[in-house]
Design a protein around this ligand. Structure first.
Ligand SMILES: [Zn+2]
Length: 310
């Protein structure tokens, strides 16, 4: 009797397991099954962004090598160089990023800035003259760029696959620039929302123009980019045609202002300079990484969320 009932119990147990397995398989393959978001891919490398430095008390920015400060003041609007393979004049557009990287709150033409630059140069094993130059910027740009997981992959000649479009989240019309429909990976959209809310709360100059920090480009399918490249002859130096970070669903182009006569994504030097002087871009440089967003130095509007691997 005992033997019989334990056999019956074993039979019931096996039967139950089979029924469970069939139900689970049915749930996975039928279209009404709940869609499970794919597990986020882990971040490939730790990020080390220098912490911003608070404004010093008194006039600490007046202390430092005066000759280097004079050299920087003269080159700031006049340096003839090509930091992104395109001739440019002056380096003021990059001053906010440089100041963040060398951890100084001082303006680029001050002795305090020159002192911070000299200290950074020494740490980098460069001649510590406190002078900004193309060679110094190239080193600094390399550090900023290589924090971007997408750039780390590009350096290994890897182009990440685009996510399934069904796994993307849709921003609200208010979040898109001029109501544009924007798709991003859910984690990137959530992080963007935290960033935008903090920026508007922390700097009233950002809050006063509702266009600030709206998104004018998010996820772009590789196919759409290739088609646009072919139709418009606008291949953005083949990046758009081959492998744009916008295919990852992690990159955003944010409205950070514009100067009359230019669009919010115009890479004209005058437009980028005006953006770099604005409160929105400066807040992003100082705070974007708090929310996992890292910059592309050439385009003040382009930021990439680093909370998931591309
Ligand atoms: Zn972009």
């Amino acid at each position: 009797m005992k033997n019989k009932s334990s056999r019956a119990l074993r039979f019931l147990g096996s039967f139950g397991a089979i029924v469970m397995a069939v139900v689970l398989i049915a749930l996975r393959v039928t279209s009404c099954a709940p869609v499970r978001a794919p597990a986020p891919r882990p971040l490939p490398a730790p990020l080390a962004v220098p912490r911003p430095t608070p404004k010093p008390a008194g006039d600490a920015c007046a202390e430092g090598p005066a000759a280097a400060a004079t050299g920087n003041r003269l080159s700031l609007p006049a340096l003839v160089w090509a930091p992104f393979a395109r001739p440019e004049t002056g380096w003021e557009t990059y001053a906010p990023l440089i100041a963040r990287e060398i951890a100084t709150p001082c303006a680029p033409d001050t002795p305090g800035f020159a002192a911070a630059l000299a200290a950074w140069q020494a740490r980098q094993g460069l001649p510590a003259d406190g002078l900004m130059s193309e060679a110094v910027f190239i080193r600094l740009k390399g550090l900023v760029q290589m924090r971007r997981p997408f750039v780390q992959l590009s350096a290994r000649r890897v182009c990440p696959d685009a996510p399934a479009e069904s796994a993307l989240a849709l921003a609200t019309p208010l979040e898109g620039y001029a109501g544009k429909a924007i798709q991003l990976r859910p984690g990137a959209l959530a992080a963007y929302r935290r960033l935008a809310a903090a920026a508007r709360a922390e700097d009233p100059r950002i809050a006063e123009d509702p266009r600030n920090l709206t998104i004018f480009s998010g996820y772009r399918s590789p196919e759409a980019d290739a088609a646009r490249c072919a139709q418009e002859g606008n291949c953005n130096g083949v990046v758009r045609a081959t492998c744009s970070p916008h295919r990852t669903g992690l990159a955003v182009d944010l409205y950070v202002g514009q100067t009359p006569g230019f669009g919010p994504d115009s890479s004209a030097d005058a437009n980028r300079l005006a953006m770099s002087r604005g409160a929105t871009y400066r807040w992003l440089v100082g705070n974007g990484d708090r929310f996992g967003f890292l910059p592309y130095p050439f385009e003040p509007w382009h930021w990439e969320w680093t909370g998931e691997a591309p």
